[in-house]
Design a protein around this ligand. Sequence first.
Ligand code: ADP
Ligand code: MG
Length: 313
Amino acid sequence: MTQPGTPIAAPQPAETPYIHCEDLFKIYKSDELEVVALRGLDLRVERGEMMAIVGASGSGKSTLLNILAGLDQPSAGRVMVGERNLLTVTDEDLVDYRRRDVGFVWQQTGRNLIPYLTAEENVSVPMALDGRSRRFATERARGLLDQVGLAEKRKRRPTELSGGEQQRVAIAVALANDPPLLLADEPTGELDSATADEVFEVMRRLNHDIGVTVVIVTHDREITRRVDRVVAMRDGRTSTEIVRRAQFRRDEGDALDEYAVVDRSGRLQIPREYMDELGIGRRARVTMQDDHVAVRAEADADQDASDGRWRRR
Ligand code: ADP
Ligand code: MG
């Protein structure tokens, strides 16, 4: 409330994250049907963060990543990456964006690399396309291959590399033009867990060393140990977030806090298993308690209103 006589301060711009999706929709239309792949998705990613997106197959993860990569256009909502509005961006600007501002790693190792080129040549390609001299490209390609631990294998072709090594070359390719953002769609989906670990480790190191923002879509449950934050998607929306909280005592390991995502309108998803256990159906009673909000099934909403805890029927 403004007191009389108090000067009215200009509204402070909320701190803007690097990636900001708000109420984002993607609808795929074909002759017979419409698929709503994203339905009001909210997501914020800070600059320099390394985070993961998990969720069941079909929950919209790839759709989101393709939009962030500038490979697909959203249907409605808001999606900002840095200063760029990806909903209204021009085609010309989008070409620039894809070339310089974002690197992408696909799940299929074969999709990331050109089979008849060596690792070093593969990493040089995006720089050549961006008009860099051959000398510059070769030198930088070597540096990048060194950073992903493949200096000795720079003359090998993809078929002469293991799956994990191919994905590490793919990361070097993605970072060739020094983009501030690295996106990876199930980059370890075709790898065994030890090899997957190496790939995650390389991304972690690059995130730390060069400050590139990393967003990984993955099925790998182990990912929570490797990233700062995990966001779960359900039915085209973000549902929960797990945030790592560093512990002071080494032997305790890191603690993980899980939160439900609340959008601007106050909507959140109640975990399915809670709904089932408490018998919450189409409606719930939401009440303010001293220091929290209680959500109960309709039928027993009036009982025990004071203790405010989840209560089984
Ligand atoms: P995920 O990567 O989480 O498995 P996707 O983003 O690939 O999920 O898909 C989300 C939903 O959108 C699914 O129902 C899928 O069938 C649908 N979908 C994805 N791409 C297309 C497309 N090009 N045309 C029509 N439907 C699509
Ligand atoms: Mg997918």
